[in-house]
Design a protein around this ligand. Sequence first.
Ligand code: ACM
Ligand code: ZN
Length: 730
Amino acid sequence: MRKILFSLLMLAAAPVLSAQTYCNLLPEPVSVAPGHGVFVMEDGLSICAPDGLEFEGGYLRERLESVFAFEIEVADVPYYNGIELRLIDGMDPESYRLEVGEDRVQILAPDAAGIFYGIQTLLQMMPAQVYGDGCMELTRFVLDAVTVDDAPRYGYRGAMLDVSRTFFDVEHVLRLIDWMAYHKLNRFHWHLADDNGWRIEIRRYPDLTRKGAWRGDDEVSPAAYGQGHGRYGGYYTQKDIRRVVKYAAERHIEIIPEIDLPGHSRSLVGVFPEMACDMDVPYITANGETDNVLCVARKENYIILDNIFREIAVLFPSEYIHIGGDEVDHTSWNNCPHCRAMMKEYGLEGPENLHSLFVYRMEDILHRHGRKMAGWDEIINTDARYDSTARVYAWRSVESGRAAVEKGYSTVVQIGEYCYLDMKQSPAERGHSWAGIVPLSKTYSLEPDEILVGSPADSALIVGVQAGLWAELMAWPPRLMEYQYFPRLCALAEVGWSSKTDRDFEDFEQRLYNKHFSRLYNMGIAFRVAPPEVAFDGQVLDVRVPHPSVVVRYTMDRTAPVASSPVCRGEIVTDRPEDFRFAAFFGESLSSISVGASNISLYDYLEPSTVVKANFPMSDKYLESLASRDGVGLSDRTLRAGDTLAYVFDSPVDCSRITFTSGAPSSGMFYVTDAYVEYVTDAGETLNAGVLYHGELTFRPEAPVREVRVVMTDSNDAYTAVFRGLMIEK
Ligand code: ACM
Ligand code: ZN
């Protein structure tokens, strides 16, 4: 009696839950049927995990103990009032039933993966702190009775990470794997070698990582993407790889390794120059890489590749190994005497066919090591027919996906305009945009069946979906990787898991705000918070606060709001709307980009008559372009110390602020890494405005300005540097 009374008191003191514990599940399950009553979790709670489910039992205990004040026993027989994990026959792979009843919780599944996904759903019913490090100390928690029957739409639900262009260490990768597991994702595509770094230890060729994993002034590869002059890089030892593969497998995630060949091979060619074609015509690929293609005709290359893949096949138990195959520049093959002779000998029409021949040979090597081959969609550019087990990753377009299924290949959908999470989430944010702006709603709108429209192909050939993160821009700001993945990876997880008819973006967004952002926050993810929508109606700034879980703060001096800025509750009456900036804050550490009203112009720019001069090679057309605010100008060569670009005004300009920016307008790449800015006043004095930070500087001139000069102090790290017109505020 005392115990019941005590429980009732506890219940009264506990915060009132506004929604049932089984709401806000993500990805949306197939079916959720509310039951009667509640299940009380309190001291004495146990987990039954029979043979084969030891890991799952321990995993669930660890998570639950992070919110409870008591310890939880894991046994191999069910107890009254416990959580039972049980394998049963007759269900589809990876499916599960989660039944919360008054006297027990049961998770039934045909396999350990299904049990694991049932556990994930159960965790989503707990307080979001269940993902954290354990400071909650609950003595009881009440779950509403419910039955969840659930199964994935696709067997392949993946995330790809490029660790070549920006290196992410083992701890980063393990965290990503945890986050994927919480979202019921089951494939990690590890892009381990590309132009910009070889990231996997190969015992037979230690130079691949001793040299090929590093960039910098004295390294095989020059610095790139604004990384400056320090030594930069890293790699995984085989011990690291084994650890990650095991960690992922425990969480029911298979790792598909990729070595990108025969293009994107600069890090390999940098270490073994003899693997490239025999020619002296240098070339630069669309990505700004030089000489990055393997010679197809050189026999020794296949011996090296065979040795490399032998070690990779030992490390990775995955069904498929990915050989890349994308974006091959044909200049070297067209010019190499050996490649030309090979085309002639085999009667090949052109370099595309040489590409196919290379892929055939890779397939053969992989088969010899007991693996199937996967590659990007260019591998089917010709009429080549690989083994029926080859898998195509469609990235270029819906049409390239359609071509893959029509040729009968199993196909993973990673189409750029939906799935490339290196694309910007809105125009003002960091990221690429060549595949478009990819907001959360765009990723969510991916419907893989679209590639089947008008096609007789078998829908079963679409094995699943994958989000990809290419890492040219990931080196800064810190934790951009998390910002780019989340919450877009949550959207992709729902596309991969939930049935087509259960998907609704507004409902998904509500689940994010209602609970899932709290989960991500407790996972420790620096996810993207969407900025508020702000409009001015002539008198009032109308600020849409998206959800009560988000706080909008503002400033009145055009600076970005910080955690101590005043809170905005909806409307602000003002006659200076252009001075207001707003940002959304989530929890103590996350905030959105700062925005002003979207329907007015926020800056009053001056457009003084300007002549631009450079003491380094830059074409007249670019110099002319740079005279205007939205102008762009590319240097004709890598910059050097002492190079100077001057913006000279016809008459002194009286202004409040001047901003110098560099880098491509679409992505920020090729910015000026090492320079300072000085300006000449109307009195003829030269004043230092400061050094560039990531290619940019804003300053407040002390007097009217006659001239602004950008003075380079070191070389930049690309074959060109992109300058932009000055932004001069009244
Ligand atoms: C790719 O984005 N080149 C696969
Ligand atoms: Zn060649």
